[in-house]
Design a protein around this ligand. Structure first.
Ligand code: ADP
Length: 276
């Protein structure tokens, strides 16, 4: 389609058209590669717990039948692995639903502060269970944003969940209204910070890629799917929003969601093109 828009003659000669076509094809190939990588990764992620479940079923059928201790232990492992598969399938479905509607700009208006507040306070019991100090310091009110309420709630749930997961025991996790930033002018921000181990600089730009993890076995042990931040990115793309990540080893992490207040954004603006 892009080729057709170029003039046949004049300053854009046929050579230019060829270059554009090659570029299109390269992009298409890259997209195709990403798709097949994604399917391979998703299959692998599903296969691992499935293989464990099948292994334990066979062991139960053949050897551990009459050993109540082993039976209990194996059933526990199978339940954990099945839970992992369910979380993964849930996240894959969420991601695909979000992507399907990514080009539709949400029109309802909500208080971002309110959504962040409700989403974070819902996790207070989990924080208590995990020995994490979760402090929700979001004021009421604030500028309204145009958004999908459930999706924005999911953004904060994922960020707070990560902060608790990686912050470790006794971590302090704060959810607060971000002070205005020169890097993100005319936007309202909510930050989720933690006092965890932080993230080495080279990993930060890749965190929102699907299945990208700094430490895969740590993520799996903590019940991570590797899709949480990819979901956040796609939801924010749909909202014309940005995710700012400030982190350094030993200094904890701050994830800030930046959105345009509802009045400021020109109506009908294309939003699905923003990366990261
Ligand atoms: P996961 O399910 O593995 O948590 P995410 O997409 O939510 O997947 O996060 C991707 C990776 O980013 C995680 O595996 C982890 O390595 C890193 N990460 C995310 N949030 C934090 C955080 N608050 N502190 C340290 N590392 C984090």
């Amino acid at each position: 389609a892009r080729v057709a828009r170029l003039p046949e003659t004049g300053s854009f000669g046929p050579e230019r058209q060829v270059i554009v076509r090659v570029d299109d094809r390269t992009q298409a190939r890259r997209a195709e590669q990403q798709r097949s990588d994604f399917i391979a990764n998703a299959s692998h992620e599903l296969r691992t717990p499935l293989a464990a479940i099948i292994g334990y079923v066979e062991t139960l059928q053949h050897h551990a039948r009459d050993d109540p201790g082993a039976r209990e232990r194996f059933l526990g492992i199978m339940a954990r692995e099945a839970g992992r598969m369910r979380r993964l399938v849930d996240d894959l479905l969420s991601l695909s639903r979000i992507e399907m509607h990514e080009h539709l700009r949400p029109s309802e208006q909500w208080s971002l502060n309110q959504i962040a507040f409700e989403s974070a306070t819902a996790l207070l019991p989990v924080a208590e269970q995990q020995g994490v100090h979760l402090r929700v310091e979001v004021p009421t009110g604030g500028a309204p944003v145009a958004g999908d309420r459930d999706q924005l709630a999911q953004v904060f749930a994922n960020l707070v969940d990560n902060a608790m997961k990686y912050g470790g025991k006794d971590a302090v996790v704060r959810v607060f209204a971000a002070p205005p930033s020169k890097a993100f002018p005319n936007r309202v921000g909510i930050s989720v910070s933690d006092t965890g181990p932080g993230i080495p600089r080279e990993h930060v730009p890749r965190l929102t890629e699907r299945f990208y993890r700094v430490n895969a076995s740590q993520s799996r042990n903590k019940g991570g799917t590797g899709l949480g931040l990819a979901i956040v990115k796609h939801i924010l793309n749909r909202h014309g929003g940005r995710l700012e990540i400030a982190s350094a080893p030993g200094e904890g992490s701050v994830f800030t969601v930046w959105l345009r207040p509802a009045e400021a954004g020109p109506a009908g603006e294309a939003v699905a093109t923003e990366e990261r």
